[in-house]
Design a protein around this ligand. Structure first.
Ligand SMILES: C[S@@+](CC[C@H](N)C(=O)[O-])C[C@H]1O[C@@H](n2cnc3c(N)ncnc32)[C@H](O)[C@@H]1O
Length: 436
């Protein structure tokens, strides 16, 4: 018989939250989760699941939730809460199931601060009718029972005074966020980082929406300082990165991508990084790449360049130059010429590569910047084999960036395409002009 569970979410990056929850549900084949009661403006979501294991699988990787609880009841007042718990269909089963467990009570809240206002001892006493006979244990109890109060905040900085609602449940799984993932991967504490490094929170969320899986291969073709490699490694993938800029990939002294993995105790997840132009990709064609997750260059902190001569006429014949009897470009220290390339063309190449290299149902996820200052429709790159699954927006003042997530559906899919078209309205120029 399915049971009710309460998901306690965070009210940050809500544009990404449902995509994360759906992607994790799909990853663990939890097809029966019904999102009809999911609301963006509420941190609470009640769902039905078959058992605790499903709840654990679903939430343990999540970054945009706090945890999931076996749902016992709710009320506008504590009296109402107690009546609701007692009237619950599973009340007698729950009581007998946890009768002899060691336990503790925890208090949590949203939109206010219950500390100081609530007499916690009296509150715990008011649950006497649960007739628990096990010992109270503050460290490693068998069960944690949680009271969650919801307040309406007076404004962003001022907590509400009076709870709107109170929930009660048994903790089943704390989320990855609650277990310290954000502190662990905080950029401030990372040995190797740079101006292009991507913040911990949204890189972990991206890895969840991309469904990076343990024991599979994840590739970041624009790896830079390796932020997405770290996120993929955290979720157990073996990661490979490449970047046209060898300095980024190599790091400096002890500040390297490998050192980051060592610090996190995840060295085994790191396959390697290589200096390579994505558009001249050298990864062997039968290497299985399960997921592609990246942040392509958009010309702000790094230029978009590919191998080639800017002016082919001027370059003509130079490929025949020899040094010490060996063609110049065969020397190890040869630095190839590069030419500018457009973001549209690079993204077309990325989609094409994903369609050729991902397995069926494999995901490609990448970030794309968009200017919001002029009323110009944002055209999302499309490929006929790839289904655009998510388009999650993070708004800034006059621009935004989007996490675009595609699923490889194979050649039968025949979706819409806009390859070869000029789609982006020169984001770089408008960024530097300060937008309109
Ligand atoms: C937005 S940054 C990615 C930053 C990265 N996520 C990090 O954590 O530092 C884009 C990267 O793409 C690289 N790049 C630019 N053109 C490239 C190309 N043709 N092939 C591969 N990498 C390229 C740049 O050197 C830069 O490091």
């Amino acid at each position: 018989m399915p049971k009710k569970y309460l998901v306690f979410m965070v009210q940050v990056h809500v544009n990404f939250r449902r995509a994360e929850l759906e992607s994790l549900a799909d990853l663990y084949k939890l097809d029966s989760i019904n999102f009809k009661d999911y609301k963006e403006d509420s941190p609470f979501f009640i769902v039905e699941l078959d058992n605790d294991q499903q709840a654990k699988d679903w939430i343990k990787r999540s970054i945009l939730t706090r945890g999931i609880y076996e749902y016992w009841g709710q009320g506008i007042t504590y009296d109402e809460l107690h009546s609701d718990i007692r009237a619950g269909n599973n009340f007698e089963d729950y009581k007998s199931c946890y009768k002899n467990s060691t336990f503790k009570f925890e208090f949590d809240c949203y939109g206010g601060s219950s500390s100081g206002k609530l007499d916690r001892v009296a509150c715990i006493e008011s649950f006497k009718y649960l007739e628990f006979e096990g010992k109270i244990r503050m460290k490693n109890p068998d069960e944690v029972f949680t009271v969650i109060e919801e307040y309406e905040p007076i404004n962003d900085n001022v907590a509400g005074e009076k709870p709107l609602r109170v929930f009660f449940g048994r903790l089943v799984q704390r989320s990855d966020r609650f277990c310290g993932a954000l502190e662990k991967y905080d950029l401030k504490k990372r040995p190797y980082k740079g101006t292009t490094s991507f913040e911990a929170e949204l890189s972990l969320v991206s890895a969840n929406i991309a469904q990076v899986k343990a024991g599979t291969i994840m590739y970041d073709p624009f790896a830079g300082t390796g932020s997405f490699l770290v996120a993929g490694g955290h979720y157990g993938a073996a990661v490979i990165g490449s970047d046209i800029d060898g300095r980024m990939i190599r790091g400096k002294g002890s500040q390297t991508i490998r050192a980051n993995f060592r610090k996190y105790g995840e060295s085994l997840q790191f396959i390697d990084v290589l200096t390579m132009d994505f558009t001249h990709n050298a990864l062997r064609s039968n290497l299985v790449i399960d997921t592609i997750l990246c942040d392509p260059p958009y010309g702000i902190r790094e230029s978009i360049k590919v191998l080639g001569a800017k002016d082919p006429e001027k370059f003509a014949g130079k490929e025949n130059v020899e040094i010490n009897g060996l063609k110049a470009y065969l020397h190890r220290d040869y630095i190839p010429t590069k030419k500018p390339y457009s973001l549209d063309a690079l993204l077309d190449d990325l989609l094409q590569f994903a369609s050729e290299r991902l397995p069926l149902d494999g995901r490609l996820a990448f970030w794309m910047p968009v200017a919001n200052d002029e009323n110009i429709e944002t055209v999302i790159p499309m490929h006929r084999n790839l289904e655009l699954k998510y388009n999650c927006v993070q708004e800034f003042n006059k621009w935004s960036r989007r996490l675009l997530v595609y699923i490889n559906r194979g050649s039968e899919y025949n979706g819409p395409t806009n390859a070869g078209l000029e789609r982006s309205s020169n984001f770089r120029d408008r960024y530097f002009k300060g937008f309109n």
